[in-house]
Design a protein around this ligand. Structure first.
Ligand code: PLP
Length: 401
């Protein structure tokens, strides 16, 4: 029940397999738009200056040791991560109703949350959007939850199927868990508006559905950390329960450091402290305790006002480059008179554009133009540059005419 059909060649379903095929191609014009990582205008991976600075401070501090962290991770990192997503003035944090544990990036945070829910929550069904990030169904199923889908994307409008979403959540059993992409939905780049979020919130609260936010792109969508966290904060502000999985892979470029956090917002401080004890019992047999380097970088940046500001500037620059790639690709298609409405390229949000190109068109572009992407037609805007936009626009034009 993945969002891709079963008849597709498996090598094109997942982005890392697309990269394997790309690496084998010897053409000088080859282009990899399958990668889920930011690239500079020169096509290179980026380590943020502020991350380099934080690492230098850590290296120079001779008092630092490599002892094990507690099961729940670095305490400072956990506090700062909760503030980052829920807001520094969050009432839930002030009332000690939030428990946060450091986990292995976004994936690990989702997995720990799912294991906890499978063990302790009364409803073991989780609703995930169709389509969604390919790893979601696997993470939740392996953890012991039963996966159902809610309608999300409408191919004819290349936008949100809001009516379908509301209908499917309305018919979900009371108490069911609902996975929500906090912003920059992967793979569609389609997010609800704030008004739509408010309707989703009201419906979910009235039915007692449990929100589980996947926040893998905070700050990366709009360039603002606060704006991208708004949907999560709307749910937390009503005093209800909520889970949130955070990743620092994209917004701090810490992909391989595997830094993330799982927060569970509870109704009382007492429940939050009991939830924390249970989370320890989930984590201990999985990996004992998390790594120390990545969260130390994050904590160093988040607790220093100058470094935090420097981070927001670098983050905005990444988001702005992606937004500019959207505009350039849209303009290039308009200039070619490519048939069809391509306005979704500039309307969609985040790292990916769900082009609407079908499997055959994708295969054509790979064969004839050496352009690599997942077979669902998703392209990474972060993998594009001003230099490669014309090549992509030529390929799309040829594929649809
Ligand atoms: N959730 C979504 C929607 C994603 O797109 C990703 C990464 O691509 C993740 C979670 C997890 O990423 P990571 O485990 O690298 O933080």
């Amino acid at each position: 029940k993945d969002h891709c059909s079963r008849s597709e060649p498996p090598e094109l379903r997942q982005s890392f397999l697309v990269t394997v095929a790309y690496n084998k191609d010897e053409s000088p014009i080859k282009l990899n738009l399958g990668v889920g990582a930011y690239r500079t205008e020169e096509g290179k991976p980026l380590v943020l200056d502020v991350v380099r600075r934080a690492e230098q401070l850590l290296v120079n501090d001779q008092s630092r040791v490599k002892e094990y962290l507690p099961i729940t991770g670095l305490a400072d990192f956990n506090k700062l991560s909760a503030k980052l997503i829920f807001g520094s003035d969050s009432q839930a944090i002030q009332e000690n109703r939030v428990t946060t544990v450091q986990c292995l990036s976004g994936t690990g945070s989702l997995r720990v949350g799912a294991e906890f829910l499978a063990k302790h929550y009364h409803q073991r069904t989780i609703y995930i959007p169709r389509p969604t990030w390919g790893n979601h169904p696997k993470v939740f199923t392996i953890a012991g939850l039963s996966v159902e889908y809610y309608r999300y994307y409408e191919p004819t409008t290349r936008g949100l199927d809001f009516q379908g979403l509301l209908e499917d959540l309305s018919s979900a059993p009371s108490g069911a868990i609902v996975l929500l992409h906090a912003c920059a939905h992967n793979p569609t780049g389609v997010d609800p508006t704030l008004e739509q979020w408010e309707q989703i919130r009201q419906l979910m609260r009235s039915k007692g559905l449990l929100p589980f936010f996947d926040s893998a792109y905070q700050g990366f969508a709009s360039g603002s950390l606060d704006a991208d966290a708004q949907p999560v904060r709307m749910f937390v502000a009503d005093g209800g329960e909520c889970l949130a999985a955070q990743s620092y892979a994209k917004n701090m470029g810490l992909y391989g450091e595997r830094v993330g956090a799982l927060s569970i917002v509870c109704k009382t401080a007492d429940v939050a402290s009991r939830v924390e004890s249970q989370l320890k019992l989930v984590i201990r047999p999985m990996y004992s305790n998390p790594p120390i380097h990545g969260p130390s970088i994050v904590a160093t940046i988040l607790k220093d006002r100058d470094m935090y500001n420097e981070w927001t500037i670098e983050l905005k620059a990444m988001a702005d480059r992606i937004i500019s790639m959207r505009q350039q690709l849209f303009d290039a298609l308009s200039a070619r008179g490519t048939p069809g409405d391509w306005s979704h390229i500039i309307k969609q949000i985040g790292m990916f554009t769900f082009t609407g190109l079908n499997t055959e068109q994708v295969a054509f572009m790979t064969k004839e133009y050496h352009i690599y992407m997942t077979s669902d037609g998703r392209i990474s805007m972060a993998g594009l540059s001003s230099k490669t936009v014309p090549h992509l626009a030529d390929a799309i034009h040829a594929a649809v005419t």
